[in-house]
Design a protein around this ligand. Structure first.
Ligand code: C5P
Length: 222
């Protein structure tokens, strides 16, 4: 079977990475979490006291930064300059700052180039905000996952609780809505459904059902 590319986009906490991991595993494809790349840069910039509004300074940091994504026991492991930052990049501070970093044109150009290199051979499932529109415009399968803010916050809340993290449902709702607004309204490559992407409203679907829907599309387009 031919190795195709699968692009999964959608707003924050829509279940993209959970579904993408399942689909990649079933097809023995590589999985690329592009949000983790923006998060890794944000983490490093915060550590180094870089002003997140300073595009050139951020770009200089990125150009000297290695970000590797590797499969691990419990999902993707993120290695930043040789250091495992898988958990660090999920902190509230990074989550609430990442959209400021991701809005810069020069940062996106460099990230997109790296992502396209990762996906160059096909056989890839990539998730993010601009995969179907910019990173893999020729992907054979493009989906856009949707769910209400309440539903997404409730899912993230349950996930946090199961991991033993402190979590506040109302706060999560606010943070998700704010991040969606920033990501949708930015000038460069805003969060958008690609014209040829299939929209899947996951509100009343299980993760398995969403994964099966994407696998069915992959089988059709293969
Ligand atoms: O997917 P995740 O929630 O981890 O993404 C973190 C942030 O990275 C998003 O809120 C967005 O600002 C940025 N992002 C992006 N383009 C992508 C993936 C993520 O701008 N392809």
């Amino acid at each position: 079977m031919k190795k195709i590319s699968i692009a999964i986009d959608g707003p924050a906490a829509a279940g993209k990475s959970t579904v993408a991991k399942i689909v990649a595993e079933k097809l023995s494809y590589i999985y690329i979490d592009t949000g983790a790349m923006y998060r890794a840069l944000t983490y490093k910039a915060i550590q180094n006291h870089v002003n997140l509004e300073n595009e050139q300074e951020l770009l200089a940091v990125l150009q000297k930064t290695s970000i590797e994504l590797m499969p691990g026991e419990e999902g993707q492991i993120i290695i930043l300059d040789g250091e495992n930052v898988t958990n660090d990049i999920r902190s509230a501070q990074v989550t609430n700052s990442v959209s400021a970093v991701a809005k810069h044109r020069a940062i996106r150009a460099e990230m997109v180039a790296r992502q396209q290199e990762f996906g160059a051979e096909g056989g890839v499932v990539m998730d993010g905000r601009d995969i179907g529109t910019h990173v893999l415009p020729n992907a054979e399968v493009k989906v856009f996952l949707l769910a209400s803010v309440d539903e997404r916050a409730a899912r993230r809340h349950a996930e946090n609780q199961s991991k033993g993290f402190p979590t506040d449902l109302e706060q999560l709702k606010k943070e998700i809505a704010t991040r969606d607004k920033l990501d949708s309204e930015r000038e460069v490559a805003p969060l958008r459904k690609a014209e040829d992407a299939e929209e899947i409203d996951t509100t009343s679907m299980s993760i398995g059902e969403v994964a099966d829907r994407i696998l069915a599309l992959a089988a059709e387009r293969n």
